[in-house]
Design a protein around this ligand. Structure first.
Ligand code: 5BU
Length: 286
């Protein structure tokens, strides 16, 4: 799993510079949106009713670059829900990622992405796909998805005991590189692709590193963005189960953004350093 963590330098370009390298239009838009809006926070909106989902999106929309959904856990997710999500995305300037984790043969993968009960590609800017079925699903999706849609390949997972190996991750990344206009990037715990245009998103984020009782392995925003070189923090329960969802989102937004500024060498110096390096104050006589 630690394929590039130790032996290759971390990527330092800004999100805007990454956007210029992106060959997938959704990745390009998201990188640019992140720099414009100054947020690398994605919220995993794992609500179970349309009302809860839309309430959350309304509340935290101004803080995020991306709303991650699981349409299939929402009871009665329908075209109206999708339309309102899209309206909110335009109003608050965020993109939508349906974390469907498509993993079937090409024919079914296509139907799951563009038809079925959710018509995902009509409203989601990103859709996740597992590499386990091989390249067939990517080839099929590249023939039917709009150029504005981006596939996020699951290269690593956050769950304890998951079966993904370093060799599997490498193969998924190589596969993704063969579909430059379709594949936006990777869901991973660290930087896995050396292509600056690939966006990396990391789920399993909380205020500090720990493993939950149900085996979710959490990292902090600093570990994910500054140390592991990922681009987007995906935060679920730590925000939507909070008493004050907006305040929690603002905290993660600030932590994620500061970690990015540190990574690209633009972090504000600490106040004490500013004071020491400032010219002598003139308004104190003694
Ligand atoms: P949490 O509440 O922050 O633990 O939610 C994490 C979200 O990220 C949830 O929607 C998962 O489906 C998603 N996820 C994940 O947790 N781990 C993974 O490896 C992948 C997705 Br891929």
């Amino acid at each position: 799993m630690q394929q590039q963590a130790s032996d290759e330098p971390k990527r330092q370009p800004t999100y805007t510079e990454c956007a210029a390298h992106s060959t997938n239009l959704a990745a390009q838009s998201l990188f640019q949106l992140m720099d414009n809006k100054k947020t690398n926070l994605a919220v995993a909106a794992d609500a179970q009713t349309p009302e809860q989902l839309l309430d959350l999106a309304r509340r935290i929309g101004p803080e995020i670059c991306l709303l991650k959904t699981h349409g299939d856990i929402v009871h009665q997710f329908d075209a109206n829900t999708a339309a309102e999500l899209l309206r909110l995305a335009t109003e608050h300037q965020f993109l939508i990622f349906e974390d469907r984790k498509i993993a079937d043969v090409p024919h079914i993968a296509t139907l799951q992405a563009i038809r079925g009960s959710h018509w995902i590609s009509n409203w989601a800017h990103f859709i996740s796909v597992h590499g386990i079925a091989g390249e067939g699903p990517l080839k099929a999706l590249s023939e039917c998805l709009s150029k504005e849609c981006g596939i996020l390949l699951v290269a690593q997972m956050s769950s304890a005991g998951n079966l993904i190996t370093k060799a599997y991750t490498n193969k998924v990344v190589r596969m993704g590189k063969r579909y430059p206009s379709l594949v936006a990037g990777f869901i991973a715990q660290e930087l896995v692709s050396n292509d600056a245009g690939h966006i990396h998103m990391t789920p399993g984020v909380a205020l500090c590193r720990h493993t939950s009782t149900d085996g979710q392995q959490y990292l902090s925003p600093q570990q994910v963005i500054r140390d592991n070189g990922s681009d987007v923090i995906i935060v679920g329960r730590a925000i939507y189960e909070s008493q004050n969802q907006l305040a929690a989102a603002q905290t993660f937004r600030r932590l994620g953004w500061n970690a990015y500024l540190e990574r690209i060498g633009q972090a504000n110096p600490a106040p004490s350093i500013q004071f020491v390096s400032a010219t002598a104050p003139t308004n104190h006589s003694g």
